[in-house]
Design a protein around this ligand. Structure first.
Ligand SMILES: C[S@@+](CC[C@H](N)C(=O)[O-])C[C@H]1O[C@@H](n2cnc3c(N)ncnc32)[C@H](O)[C@@H]1O
Length: 211
């Protein structure tokens, strides 16, 4: 499984990942705001790509009042083990699958919504393009992809903590704000664009309905 970032099958995974995330601005409030920024409806089929320890999947389940289907996908066994523990503890029906987000095991036009939080910035450009093309393939017309990623910082707690990291990535899509162009290349159009806190942004890209 060559595509995975080593760190997510090593020390910084599972419960340690959750603790580090919470201390650096990615606690439950971040996932709740992300889920509520998306035009999700109960009954939808939703994918959480690179779901990690399942925090966004759980917030989405809450948002959908347990109605619908949520599938979390990640390559890291350690991250998924922690996600399974959290899902079991909260008794919500979330499916978790070990797979690559490069090759989604779903039919064309079969998915209502995709959430993807803090994954794309770490992918090489060819893998990013491949993953987004795959996402556009499985989305139904009228469906959407919600990208939740760090962005150009404003003044606040999270941006302060991550300032050195983000300043070192000023040539990235995150800093330059070029995801709308990247998404347009795979046929997805910007529909919603909001900051969730001083650093993170939710951008919703819709797949046009057929004429
Ligand atoms: C920074 S974590 C974000 C986890 C989660 N989305 C969140 O917001 O807490 C990135 C996750 O992407 C997963 N990942 C990276 N490349 C992947 C790939 N090609 N296929 C599936 N998962 C991948 C990693 O295993 C890791 O769990």
């Amino acid at each position: 499984m060559h595509e995975i970032r080593e760190s997510f099958d090593g020390f910084l995974s599972g419960a340690i990942y959750d603790l580090a995330a919470r201390l650096t601005g990615y606690g439950p409030g971040y996932y709740r705001r992300a889920a509520w920024a998306m035009p999700i409806q109960p009954g939808m089929t939703v994918l959480d790509l690179g779901c990690g320890t399942g925090s966004l999947s759980l917030a989405l389940a809450d948002r959908m009042s347990g109605q619908g289907r949520i599938v979390g996908i990640d390559l890291s066994e350690r991250q998924l083990r922690r996600a399974r523990e959290k899902v079991t503890a909260s008794s919500v029906p979330i499916e978790l699958r070990q797979a690559s987000i490069r090759e989604l095991p779903f039919e064309d036009n079969s998915i209502d919504a995709i959430g993807i939080s803090q994954v794309l910035h770490a992918l090489p450009e060819d893998e990013l393009t491949h993953t987004l093309a795959e996402s556009a393939r499985v989305l139904r017309p009228g469906g959407f992809l919600a990208l939740v990623e760090w962005s150009r910082p404003r003044i606040g707690y999270t941006s302060l903590i991550w300032s050195l990291t983000v300043l070192g990535a000023r040539d990235s899509h995150n800093w330059r704000g070029t995801y709308p162009e990247v998404m347009a290349d795979v046929g997805l159009d910007l529909a919603v664009d909001v900051y969730l806190d001083s650093l993170n942004r939710c951008q919703v890209f819709a797949k046009p309905r057929r004429e």
